[in-house]
Design a protein around this ligand. Structure first.
Ligand code: CAA
Length: 384
């Protein structure tokens, strides 16, 4: 049972019930195979698109489902609980691609890029990080040179989710590195553009069915009308986009943690030692109690950040708190879930093994836990 807002909002409850049912019947049965083979779940992504889950917060006018961020967080949790790889594919398209195009794009950009992305007909990626600029993107080196009719992009991007499959890329490049973050511009780039290359696919610990790529832009021409926002506005577009992205990844972490928590309760009720289910042993009960508490605390922080976003209020700090708490809860809960399962939990026969591997990335991408602490502290000391 999900505690809190869905109980008092019938439409959210109905949405959640349908996404939970879909996740249970269509995604979860495939998750083990997806993890083992690293196969991109195209058929699931297509279904998510048909259900309106790839552009959940995009207005209906632009092909989206017109829902709020709280609904998005809840659905992300359900999908990620079944398959964390599918969760991040969905999260990147929703938070990191649709959102900045709807927020900063022109009507032409919305028509050309946002509509197919929101309907799930096309897939997006967000290319900010570089080999030398992960936590510190202000100094990024990918270069945008002004040419007749637009820009020429040259440089490398790293750790890009959906990098192999994406049709469109929200890309960040600098027109003048000497300007620091004020030289950074955002573009929407069609990956069919000549010079775009997927240079490397990472072989990862977890979220194996989502692609993580290094990209090379070899003098890729981007027309002027694909500049997103204004020249020099790119860094703020990136950071404001990541505020929302962090709600998505917090929700992904909640989903992973929920899966491990529920598996642990099931296992503890069935597994007998010393003549009784291990759920009767206080040591196990304390694990379960702490899991339930950390999961719910992180969930409420996440929904709180989403609620502020929906209210049009500032939510930078709250999104960072949500991601920090949810990622660390997911890592803790999945670690204890293996402990509850004992030796069984260390094998691939039990879902908690995958949960443990999938949880780790939530402490790293879209800002490490250390970066979230920096963001929170900066807001706490904002008056200094
Ligand atoms: N929204 C909008 N603007 C913001 C902002 C926000 N949340 N936070 C800061 N800014 C603005 C500031 O107001 C400032 O503007 P002015 O110069 O006009 O005053 C400007 O941005 C620079 O601010 P800072 O000096 O605070 O920036 P910084 O360089 O010190 O960086 C940081 C701060 C928090 C460390 C930031 O760099 C950061 O979040 N780093 C982590 C990056 C990250 O999350 N990367 C993940 C990439 S995506 C991914 O993981 C891949 C994937 O596919 C999933």
């Amino acid at each position: 049972m999900i505690h809190g807002w869905p109980e008092t909002d019938e439409s959210k409850k109905m949405l959640l019930d349908s996404v939970r049912e879909f996740s249970k019947s269509e995604i979860a049965p495939k998750a083990k195979e997806l993890d083992e083979t690293g196969r991109f779940p195209s058929e699931i992504v297509k279904q998510l698109g048909e259900m309106g889950l790839m552009g959940m917060m995009v207005s209906e006018e632009w092909g989206g489902a017109g829902m709020d961020a709280v609904s998005y967080a809840m659905c992300m949790e359900e999908v990620s609980s079944a398959c964390a790889s599918t969760g991040v594919i969905m999260s990147v398209n929703n938070s990191l691609v649709c959102w900045p195009i709807e927020t900063y794009g022109t009507d032409e950009q919305k028509k050309k890029f946002l509509m197919p992305l929101a309907k799930g007909e096309k897939l997006g990626m967000f290319a900010l990080s570089e080999p030398g600029h992960g936590s510190d993107p202000a100094g990024l080196e990918c270069k945008a040179t002004k040419v007749q009719g637009g820009y020429k992009i040259h440089g490398t991007k790293n750790w890009i989710t959906n990098g192999k499959q994406a049709d469109f890329c929200v890309l960040f490049a600098t027109i003048d590195k000497a300007l620091g973050h004020k030289g950074i511009c955002a573009f929407v780039v069609d990956t069919k553009s000549p010079g775009f290359q997927v240079a490397k696919l990472e072989d990862k610990l977890g979220i194996c069915a989502s692609s993580t790529a290094a990209l090379f832009f070899d003098d890729v021409f981007v027309p002027q009308d694909c500049l997103l926002g204004k020249e020099g506005q790119g860094f703020k577009i990136a950071l404001s986009t990541l505020d929302g992205g962090r709600i998505g990844i917090a929700s992904q972490a909640l989903g992973i943690a929920k899966c491990a928590f529920e598996a642990s309760k099931r296992f503890a009720s069935e597994r007998e030692q010393f003549g009784a289910p291990i759920a009767r042993i206080q040591a196990i009960q304390w694990f379960i109690a702490d899991m339930a508490t950390r999961l719910q605390a992180a969930r409420l922080l996440t929904w709180h950040a989403a609620r502020l976003k929906d209210a049009g209020q500032k939510y930078t700090k709250e999104a960072a708190m949500a991601k920090l708490a949810a990622a660390e809860a997911a890592m803790w809960i999945t670690t204890k879930a293996i402990q509850v399962h004992g030796g069984y939990g260390y094998t691939k026969d039990y879902v908690v093994e995958r949960n443990f591997r999938d949880a780790k990335i939530t402490e790293i991408y879209e800002g490490t836990s250390e970066i979230q602490r920096l963001v929170i502290a900066a807001q706490e000391f904002a008056e200094l």
